[in-house]
Design a protein around this ligand. Sequence first.
Ligand SMILES: [Zn+2]
Length: 64
Amino acid sequence: MPIYEYHCAACGSDFETLVFGQATVLCPSCESAESTRRLSLFGFRSGGTFVASAGGCGCGASHG
Ligand SMILES: [Zn+2]
């Protein structure tokens, strides 16, 4: 189901709702249409540093 996360600019509330097509999303708290869609699927997760492994051995030993 197309569930999107929205942020209301009127009251600052965050909510998730079902959106079909270009339907107008109303805030469940203040029923305002000043809500913007947030990127929840591709959002950056805080509290972690992603380190890309360029090597191939994966043994963890540093060759010097
Ligand atoms: Zn609101």
